[in-house]
Ligand binder design. Structure first.
Ligand SMILES: NC(=O)c1ccc[n+]([C@@H]2O[C@H](COP(=O)([O-])OP(=O)(O)OC[C@H]3O[C@@H](n4cnc5c(N)ncnc54)[C@H](OP(=O)(O)O)[C@@H]3O)[C@@H](O)[C@H]2O)c1
Length: 256
C-alpha cells in the first residue's frame, strides 16, 4: 500500500462534533425533531427550531437553547422568506408532518385528506429543501424523516405510506442533484413521542408494553435515539443517498 495514503488514513479521526455549525430543524419544537435539536446542541451546534407556533420562555423553558422561527411549510413564499432570513447554515433536518387525524383514507368521498397530507409531508419537505439549498454550505447535509410505513404499509394509511416513499425517493434524487451536499433519510419505527398523545394513556401503555415484548431491543424508541442517528448523518462526510432505519428491529418482527 502507498505509504502516503496509509499515513493519511492513520491521522483521520472520526468526529461527532458539530462545534461551529448551524443546524435548522423544521419540526424541532416537539417529538423527534426536538430530540434531534437537543442532540445537535449537545454536539456543539447552534440550533434553529422551526414550526408553526413560537412558544414563550414561560411556556417552554426547555426551548431556551434554541432560536425559534415561526413557519407553515405549506406556504411556499413563507418558506422562501424564512430561509432567506435564516441565511447561511450547515445542516437541515425536516421532521414536520401533518397532525394525526388529518390523514385521508383511500376510499374517502373525496381526495381532500390525501391532498392535505401530501401537501404537509411531501411538498412541505420538498419546499424546505428547495429554499434551504441556496443557503446550505457545500460541506453540509439535509436529513428527512419518514417511518417504517414507507416499506411496511398498514391498512388505512395509504397517504402516509405513499408520502413517506416519495420523501425517500426525493432524498436519493437530491443526493445527486445537490451534490456534494449530502442528503439522507431517517426511517424511525415506533418512537414514544407526544404524536401518540391522542391515545388514552392506558392504550399508550399497552403499546409500550407490546413494543417491549416484541421488538428485539425490548423497549420503545425515544426521540434521543433518532437524535443520535441524525448527528451521525450530519457529521459523517461519506454517507449520502441512504435511508437509516432507527426502529429497534421493528423491521424484523411481525407488525404489532
Ligand atoms: N413518533 C413516531 O412513532 C413516529 C414513527 C415513525 C415515523 N414518524 C414520523 O416522524 C415525523 C415526526 O414525528 P413526531 O413524533 O416528532 O411528531 P410531532 O411531535 O407531532 O412533530 C411534528 C412537528 O411538526 C410541526 N409541524 C406540523 N405541521 C407543520 C407545518 N405545516 N409547518 C411547520 N411545522 C409543522 C409541529 O409543530 P407546530 O404544531 O408548532 O407546527 C410539530 O413540532 C412524522 O413524519 C411522523 O409521521 C413518527
Amino acid at each position: 500500500m502507498n505509504t502516503a495514503t496509509n499515513n493519511r488514513e492513520e491521522t483521520f479521526t472520526p468526529s461527532l462534533s458539530l462545534s461551529g455549525k448551524k443546524v435548522v430543524v423544521v419540526g424541532g419544537k416537539t417529538g423527534i425533531g426536538l430530540g434531534i435539536a437537543r442532540a445537535a446542541h449537545a454536539a456543539g451546534a447552534s440550533v434553529v427550531v422551526v414550526s408553526r407556533r413560537v412558544a414563550s420562555a414561560q411556556e417552554r423553558p426547555d426551548l431556551s437553547d434554541f432560536e425559534q422561527v415561526s413557519l407553515d411549510i405549506r406556504q411556499e413564499a413563507a418558506v422562501q422568506a424564512a430561509f432567506e432570513a435564516i441565511g447561511a447554515f450547515d445542516h437541515l433536518i425536516v421532521t414536520a408532518a401533518p397532525d394525526i387525524g388529518t390523514w385521508g383514507g383511500f376510499m374517502d368521498a373525496d381526495m381532500q385528506g390525501v391532498r392535505s397530507y401530501v401537501e404537509g409531508k411531501f411538498l412541505g419537505t420538498w419546499a424546505c429543501a428547495r429554499y434551504a439549498a441556496p443557503h446550505l454550505r457545500a460541506s453540509g447535509s439535509i436529513t428527512f424523516l419518514t417511518g417504517g410505513m414507507a416499506v411496511r404499509p398498514k391498512l388505512g394509511f395509504t397517504a402516509v405510506t405513499a408520502s413517506f416513499a416519495a420523501v425517500e425517493a426525493l432524498s436519493s434524487s437530491l443526493a445527486l442533484e445537490l451534490a456534494p451536499l449530502r442528503v439522507n433519510t431517517i426511517r424511525p419505527g415506533y418512537i414514544d413521542t407526544d404524536m401518540w398523545g391522542f391515545l388514552p394513556e392506558a392504550q399508550r401503555d399497552g403499546m409500550r408494553n407490546k413494543v417491549a415484548q416484541t421488538f428485539p431491543v425490548q423497549r420503545a424508541g425515544r426521540a434521543a435515539d433518532v437524535g443520535h442517528a441524525a448527528v451521525f448523518l450530519m457529521t459523517n462526510p461519506y454517507v449520502t443517498g441512504t435511508v437509516v432505519e432507527v426502529s429497534g428491529g421493528e423491521n424484523l418482527v411481525p407488525a404489532i
